[in-house]
Design a protein around this ligand. Structure first.
Ligand code: PEP
Length: 252
């Protein structure tokens, strides 16, 4: 039986004072929830703050990107080992904003995935189609290509140490959510694709749904058999909204 996981993606939002109030609210709200796991992926400058406020809680923390290089002359980049130094559990890789706005290819995402694993971090590997791709009927093809980039490089044993997030691009930050059935179909497809390489890894794989998850739709999304929780953008910035989604994952 897979445990549910809810992870917040703060994106480029946050300030010290605001973060403190938000993290304290989240810690207070989820402290008693023992039947699911929780995390927040914060901007780099706030990793130390997250570490200090979360280290004795049941909320883990992580980052939203990393360099595929171990170290070197890469001005502005952040090495995997640096994230490990700040106690990060997770790192988001291949988010559609990284793929779209920062031109990250499947190959770069796969290299980052590999680098994260080598540093002992758990990648949250994002896949998902655009609206045009969905409307042209190529959702499975797009998701398979994104997933195969990682499977080809790290193998099923790599995915065994990772989380996958299905995030249809058309549902991110738009208020449009995939219906539970639409999301379930893609989640089942992802699990099936991994099963072609290793059925045990596929069965154990945590596959999150991301795309305008709110307290109001979390219960029905999380009730689907292949949806193991959520990657939450906007709603992770408001403690009571995020906590409500965490409660839905914990069945409370
Ligand atoms: C995200 O960016 O990962 C995301 C799911 O955002 P939102 O919940 O705001 O759609």
């Amino acid at each position: 039986m897979r445990r549910k996981l809810v992870v917040g993606n703060w994106k480029m939002y946050g300030r010290l004072a605001r973060n403190k109030a938000l993290l304290e609210g989240v810690v207070a709200g989820v402290g008693a929830l023992k039947t699911a796991d929780f995390g927040v992926c914060v901007p780099y400058p706030y990793l130390a703050q997250a570490q200090s406020l979360l280290q004795n809680s049941n909320v883990v923390w992580g980052a939203q990107n990393l360099s595929q290089h171990e170290e070197g002359a890469f001005t502005g980049a952040v090495a995997p080992g640096m994230l490990a130094d700040f106690g990060c559990r997770f790192v988001i890789i291949g988010h559609s904003e990284r793929r779209g706005l920062f031109h990250e290819s499947n190959e770069i995402a796969a290299a980052k995935f590999d680098a994260a694993l080598k540093a002992g971090l758990t990648p949250i590997f994002c896949v998902g189609e655009t609206l045009a791709e969905r409307e042209s009927g190529v959702t499975e093809q797009v998701v398979a290509t994104q997933l195969d980039a990682v499977l080809d490089r790290a193998g099923a044993s790599g995915l065994a140490k990772a989380v996958v997030a299905y995030e249809p691009v058309w549902a991110i930050g738009t208020g449009k959510t995939a219906s539970p059935e639409q999301a379930q179909a893609v989640h089942a497809f992802i699990r099936g694709r991994v099963a072609q390489q290793d059925s045990q890894v596929a069965q154990a794989l945590c596959i999150l749904y991301g795309g305008s998850v709110k307290a109001a739709n979390a219960v029905e999304l999380f009730a689907m058999p292949d949806i193991d929780g959520g990657l939450i953008g906007g709603a992770s910035l408001v403690a009571e909204d995020f906590v409500a989604i965490c409660r839905a994952a914990a069945g409370k």
